[in-house]
Design a protein around this ligand. Structure first.
Ligand code: MIC
Ligand code: SF4
Length: 643
């Protein structure tokens, strides 16, 4: 039987398990990446493992999230990460060099390799045929130390692309269409593999836009074949030797098939507050806007920026609209400066931001109260922009630029004829902002620089046999990591300080949670379906751990967050009968006895609701390895015990 492309790469990297969907497999990791907001924790964890040099083929640390430096904290974190990298064999991409996923695609990604990154948009690498997966910082630390990375062997969904995008319809519209059809839960436990004649019509940056935002489907990752277009991209990056043709076998069998005719797509927008709340521009109608933000790891490539510059040329941003543009990398910004496109943007009135995540993670550019903001980003969760009642619409750069000029949501097809936008044959290459590590024999001479904001991570305890705890919080469906552990300019600088950042845990849902949980000492969180969707931030597990959360009982989990809970030693449990969710209230007293014996024996645990006087069953669908990890009190304890 033929294999899909994802199966081929996974099989080649298989260390344990069998390629049977739904079972646990362990894979060898060739490359890792971290960013600064998750990086400090990942490197503290790596240090705690005591491995002197990374064992991967390539590990890179990027500084792109916390670049505001409104206090000493960010700068201290940057110095810490920079010094750890220098010592332990990791390449360090300095602040200003660009967004991790954009730079990794340009300079390091290699078709057929495996990459895990402590950022949920790591699947951007799927645009050049990598298996690139978002993971928690601890998993990345283990992979840097040469450890195996474990995932549930995914089902493979084939997205068959036919036709060709119409003028001014974009790659963003392709992924928005996939989200419209499959929803933010539709990709859980699956890899999305793009095939078909339409693939040839898409450039590497366009493919990367699609795989990047596949994270919003909850998918394990997304992948495109590696073909002549990939070769041309790598050649233009001076890396043709990294090219390798890769595709699925013609008789590959897929678990699901989705067909998309690119010719039929129209400009789309994801409406507030979910990336799958997708409507056509026509359906939304004439919407007056206040702000347009162009950038983020989804849409900040040179190609995107050239289109934007073309649309803005000789025009002025509408008087009621603020337009910000953040080119994705130093390479992109440099090339825009060289070819005059930057001058066109400045001339039109765009506010040029540094090459970093910026407004995407609420680091500045929060919209006005109730403001309507069009963004080329990938997430529009409530409050993420920094303005609680901000109305965020996710759109393509073409639509964003056209709308910035008119002041209302505008169909870019109204722009008339579209010129051919081609990628350059040679990109401007200058890796002077990527600092290589020192050779192994010099590592002892490097001092690791720690600022006062860098606090050790909370210690998790081995699993208790009896858990008696109150329900400190009950939440609904689709709770995101931005609800659990918000980011933004005020909170992000605290990523290295778990006690301090915990003060904001769940503040979006319930400002009293922090104090209540601390007072209860031990507690349990109850939630709905797709709990923990979004980011890979392990802070969404470490803050609850610090606040005494022992278990989370929900209808279903998002993949990375569930792994982060297990790594932190918090029990992830799902209702055997979802109706029981309605029978529990906040502050109910919940009791579980013989927990260890129950999870060792099977996949269920009986919970007594002492307040209401009834028993219910929860599922603990975990592998033997995950159970052992929970019993040990998390991944670090488990790794120490099994070294
Ligand atoms: C995000 O887009 O939510 C982030 C910020 O990049 C996160 C990582 C983080 O929270 O640091 C992600 O996507 O994993
Ligand atoms: Fe940065 Fe936004 Fe991409 Fe996350 S989604 S890596 S915050 S640009």
């Amino acid at each position: 039987m033929g294999m899909t492309l994802a199966q081929k790469i996974l099989k080649e990297h298989l260390v344990s398990g069998e390629m049977v969907a739904g079972t646990e497999i362990g894979i060898r990791i060739d490359q890792t990446l971290t960013q600064d907001a998750t990086g400090t924790m990942a490197y503290l964890e790596f240090e705690a493992m005591g491995v002197p040099r990374v064992k991967t083929e390539r590990s890179v640390a990027y500084i792109d999230h916390n670049t505001l430096q409104s206090g000493f904290e960010n700068a201290d974190d940057h110095r810490f990460i920079g010094s750890v990298c220098k010592k332990h064999g990791i390449y360090f991409s300095r602040p200003g060099n660009g967004i991790c996923h954009q730079v990794h695609l340009e300079r390091f990604g290699i078709p057929g390799k495996t990459l895990i990154g402590s950022d949920s948009h790591t699947p951007t690498g799927g645009g050049i045929g990598m298996i690139a997966i978002g993971a928690g910082g601890m998993d990345v630390a283990v992979a840097m130390g040469g450890g195996t990375y474990y995932i549930t062997c995914p089902k493979i969904v084939k997205v068959e692309l036919t036709g060709k995008l119409s003028p001014w319809v974009a790659a963003k519209d392709v992924i928005l269409e996939v989200l419209r059809r499959l929803s933010v839960k539709g990709g859980v436990g699956k890899i999305i593999e793009y095939c078909g004649e339409g693939v040839k019509t898409l450039s590497v940056p366009e493919r990367a836009t699609i795989t990047n935002m596949g994270a919003e489907l909850g998918a394990t990752t997304s992948i495109f074949p590696s073909d002549e277009t990939t070769r041309a991209f790598l050649k233009a990056q001076g890396r043709e030797e990294d090219y390798k043709p890769l595709s699925a076998d013609s008789d590959a069998v897929y678990d699901e098939v989705v067909e998309i005719n690119l010719s039929e797509l129209v400009p789309l927008a994801a409406c507030p507050h979910s990336p799958d709340n997708v409507k056509s521009v026509e359906e939304i109608g004439k919407l007056k806007i206040d702000q347009v933000c162009i950038g983020s790891c989804t849409n900040s490539s040179l190609l995107d920026m050239l289109k934007v510059a073309h649309i803005l040329k000789g025009k002025t941003v509408h008087p009621d609209v603020s337009l910000s543009i953040a080119p994705g990398s130093k390479q992109v910004l440099n090339m825009l400066a060289e070819n005059g496109a930057l001058a066109i943007m400045i001339d039109a009135g765009a506010r040029i931001l540094e090459s970093a995540c910026g407004p995407c993670i609420g680091m500045g550019q929060s919209p006005n109260s109730g403001g309507i903001s069009l963004r080329t980003f990938n997430r529009n969760f409530e409050g993420r922009s920094g303005t609680k009642d901000g109305q965020i619409y996710l759109v393509s750069p073409e639509l964003a630029a056209a709308s910035a000029l008119t002041g209302y949501l505008t169909d870019p097809r109204e722009l008339g004829d579209m010129p051919e936008f081609a990628l350059p044959e040679v990109f401007t290459i200058n890796d002077n902002m990527i600092v290589p590590p020192v050779p192994a024999e010099e590592m002892d001479s490097v001092e690791v620089l720690r600022g006062p904001n860098i606090k050790p991570f909370p210690v998790s305890e081995p699993l208790a046999d009896t858990i008696e705890a109150g329900c400190s919080l009950k939440v609904g469906d689709n709770i995101t990591t931005d609800h659990i552990m918000p980011a933004g300019a005020k909170i992000l600088p605290l990523r290295s300080n778990i006690p301090k950042i915990s003060e904001y845990c769940f503040a979006v849902c319930d400002e009293g949670f922090h104090d209540r949980a601390l007072e209860m000492k031990k507690s349990i969180i109850v939630g709905g379906s797709n709990y923990g969707q979004g980011s890979s931030r392990e802070h969404a597990a470490l803050a609850p751990l610090y606040l005494g959360v022992k278990a989370v009982i929900v209808k279903s989990f998002a993949r990375i967050h569930m792994a982060n809970l297990i790594n932190a030693g918090i029990m992830p449990m799902t209702f055997a009968d979802e109706a029981d969710y309605d029978r529990i209230d906040q502050m109910d007293e919940l009791v579980m006895c013989d927990v260890i014996a129950q999870i060792q024996k099977g996949n269920t645990v009986t919970v007594t609701n002492r307040t209401k006087g009834f028993d219910f069953t929860v599922q603990v669908d975990l592998s033997e390895r995950q159970k052992a990890m929970l019993i040990a009190g998390g991944l670090l304890n488990y790794t120490r015990e099994n070294q």
